[in-house]
Design a binder for this molecule. Structure first.
Ligand code: COI
Length: 376
């Protein structure tokens, strides 16, 4: 039954075939689309990040305050070409996922960690922090409105992309006065459905000490595309970044943190201001400790990895990220050589992938309280 196109908290979300009480604690205007794009999505061939869901959440910061949030049909920006973010790149984002549970409800994986990290990134870029209730209510109400977009297939989820950008319109080189926080979502499958080959990068640099490497700043990704493009042309999937000073130490890969299993020990680069503090990385380290796997977070020399590749002590290597989930690495390129990496079927990578997946889809106990259940 179609009752009304618009409604305000704390009433109900009304729309074609939809009536939902809102659970939001922040005031929010909700406008439901009359032309859904859901039927255009091929849920059997999702890939990663192409089709965007029907609705978006938007909240603006003006005159020193965050305003009321709104959920509205996906649309275009109505701003001029003086948009500050386009000129000076005050823009940060998050990547997270909502999962269809075994009982058909929906839950989000560790969303408060993404909220905290968004604000860590925001602080570094001199962007006002997003209050927790705006982030959490915006996210959960948006998922409730677009619940039909949360897929049901194996390894599928609804990718959530909160982002925050400077939205004043001027070209003076100073911080923006206005900012926009928005969330778009996209039903996704796996980013990498097969093991990946990575190239140890020896000339380009992703991040320098004192810079913005630890922030999920939009420009970090834009700046990495050339090196990745070159690596892809050489037959790799991703770049394995090394330190800015001498390219002697391993840092992270383009879309994921990395870990190496050497002589049964899980060794991953220690976080620094040049490395993104991955939430999947953190979850895997928690599980590894729980499983009594020896874990070392420390600096790892390129030479140490190459020696382990040559003497056969590298048992496996894998990437960890929201989009990448757990991606086995089957080859590492260095100095024009490609070293094959074992991809064991019963190794740590696939066991971690399975364990995370069963928690995320509600198939096993959520011992660490990682899942945030969205009220249906
Ligand atoms: C994520 O894993 O969510 C990312 O942000 C990596 C990439 C898709 C940009």
């Amino acid at each position: 039954m179609y009752l009304s196109k618009d409604t305000w908290f704390p009433l109900y979300i009304y729309g074609p075939n939809l009536i939902l009480p809102t659970s939001s604690t922040v005031k929010m205007k909700i406008t439901i689309t009359e032309t859904s794009n859901l039927s255009k999505i091929d849920f059997n061939n999702l890939g990663f990040g192409a089709g965007l869901s029907d609705h978006v959440f938007v909240c603006e910061f003006k005159n020193g305050n965050w305003g009321e949030g709104r959920i509205e049909p996906y649309s275009h920006l109505s701003q001029g070409l003086g948009l500050h973010a386009l000129h000076y790149g005050q823009a940060v984002f998050e990547g997270q996922k909502a999962y269809r549970q075994k009982d058909d409800t929906i839950a989000i994986f560790r969303p408060e960690r993404n909220w905290k990290r968004l604000n860590t990134s925001a602080k570094r870029m001199l962007i006002p922090e997003v209050p927790k209730d705006i982030f959490m209510d915006g996210l959960t109400e948006l998922i409730r409105v677009d619940a039909k977009w949360v897929p049901r297939g194996e390894n599928q989820s609804l990718y959530l992309r909160p982002f925050l950008f400077s939205s004043s319109e001027f070209v003076a080189a100073r911080p923006s006065e206005e900012y926009t926080f928005a969330i778009v979502t996209s039903p996704v499958g796996e980013l990498y459905s097969k093991p990946v080959k990575v190239k140890i990068e020896q000339s380009f640099t992703r991040a320098a000490s004192g810079g913005v490497g630890y922030a999920k700043a939009a420009g970090n990704y834009g700046a990495s595309f050339l090196a990745t493009h070159n690596a892809v042309k050489e037959g790799f999937n991703q770049v394995l970044w090394t330190d800015h000073a001498e390219h002697n130490y391993l840092e992270e890969a383009g879309t994921m943190n990395v870990t190496f299993v050497i002589n049964g020990k899980l060794i991953t680069p220690i976080l620094s201001d040049r490395i993104l503090a991955g939430i999947t990385r953190d979850s895997i380290l928690i599980l590894a400790k729980e499983w009594n796997i020896a874990v070392e977070e420390r600096r790892i020399k390129v030479d140490e990895l190459i020696a382990a590749l040559k003497n056969g002590t590298l048992n496996e290597a894998f990437g960890m990220g929201t989009a990448a989930v757990v991606s086995q690495i089957n080859g590492i390129g260095f100095n024009d050589e490609i070293f094959p990496v074992p991809v064991p079927k019963n190794g740590i990578a696939l066991r971690m992938k399975e364990a995370l997946s069963s928690i995320r889809y509600g198939e096993s106990e959520d011992k660490f309280n990682w899942m945030h259940h969205v009220k249906s």
